[in-house]
Write a protein that binds this ligand. Structure first.
Ligand SMILES: Nc1nc2c(c(=O)[nH]1)N[C@H]1C(S)=C(S)[C@@H](COP(=O)(O)O)O[C@H]1N2
Ligand SMILES: [Mo]
Length: 309
């Protein structure tokens, strides 16, 4: 019997973490002729492996795929950090529709596949800073939310945009309990929503979005605390007045509407001055606007950010 010895580059699918596939792809794209020759033997089948990198990206070291997909906040699946990885597989994400409502000229119920059919995607490496004072660096795949907002044509009355997460307790076991007044909702002022850093993400590490990270689509607003980056969105609503948001309703003293990362304003229960980057030992100093101040500080010119926290 002929036993073929596997080359070490012939990784079997189940041996290979998406992170390794991704790094292989990176190396491959950086690529020598030798790497090109090896490519067919490598078992990568990521859906978004040819997405163009965005100049908006940070070049900081990426958090591992393992941490990004096993240490999550997604209360629809429970309040424990590992609950989303355990239970989110129950979520049906196909088909998926988005209902567009309120102050816009193109309201309606859109199939996600149709909305994404001609959408340009890019890869953006953004920091995510949780209000609990940990952070990660994640290679998202997505597109500017502004693309969709332009498609839906807000009216002159639209000043804000609100988003709702799916409400489906049969698949989202956390919704059988009331930690949050379901559905989870978030909102942005229209100029924040239109800012080129504000992303609708459809994937990460070159793959479609893992369910625990908010499949099939979620918001990523990198200068705000993570809870603004709402997952598994089904409603987009343009409003004239500041919309309700889940955490602000739950505890307005701790969670304001703006929720810009602000090391100078302590959270009522802890300091905001430093953070623990997942995978690192020493704490880091937290930067205003999570390090995106140069791009976004002007949105808040003249506002008292202690009051508008
Ligand atoms: N629908 C919904 N979106 C959500 C949350 C949630 O509980 N439900 N948690 C938020 C919080 S607090 C953070 S820090 C980020 C975490 O994103 P990640 O788990 O993909 O890293 O998702 C945000 N989006
Ligand atoms: Mo968070």
């Amino acid at each position: 019997m002929l036993v073929r010895v596997k080359q070490d580059w012939e990784l079997r699918e189940r041996d290979v973490t998406p992170e390794r596939l991704y790094l292989n792809r990176r190396r491959f794209m950086a690529g020598s002729a030798a790497a090109l020759a090896l490519a067919p033997g490598m078992a990568f089948a990521a859906k978004y492996d040819d997405v163009a990198p965005s100049p908006f990206s940070t070049d900081e070291k990426l958090t591992s795929f393992d941490a990004i997909t096993r240490y999550n906040n997604f209360y629809e699946f429970g309040t424990g950090k590992e609950d989303p990885a355990k239970y989110a597989h129950n979520l049906t994400t196909e088909p998926w529709t988005i209902s567009v409502e309120g102050e816009c000229h193109r309201p309606g119920i859109y199939g996600l596949d149709d909305l994404l059919a001609n959408q340009d995607l890019e890869e953006r490496i953004y920091r995510l800073r949780c209000v609990e004072a940990w952070s990660m660096v994640i290679p998202w795949v997505g597109f500017p939310l502004a693309d969709w907002i332009n498609t839906f044509e807000p009216t002159g009355n639209a000043k804000y945009v609100q988003f709702d997460t799916l409400y489906r307790p049969s698949e989202m076991r956390g919704q059988k309990r009331g930690f949050i007044d379901w559905p989870y909702q978030e909102g942005l002022r229209l100029d924040e929503a239109m800012h080129p850093l504000t992303l609708i993400a459809v994937g990460l590490y070159g793959q479609t979005m893992p369910k625990q990270n908010g499949a099939p689509i979620r918001l990523v607003v990198p200068w705000k605390y993570g809870f603004k980056s709402i997952k598994s969105i089904v409603n987009v609503r343009f409003t004239e007045t500041q919309p309700e948001t889940a955490w602000n309703k739950e505890n307005p003293r701790e969670y304001g509407f703006y929720s810009n990362v602000n090391p100078d304003v302590d959270h009522p229960r802890w300091s905001q001055k430093s953070e623990r980057r997942i995978g690192e030992l020493r704490r880091r100093t937290t930067l205003p606007f999570n390090g995106y101040g140069e791009q976004v500080a002007s949105l808040y010119a003249g506002m008292d950010l202690r009051k508008n926290y």
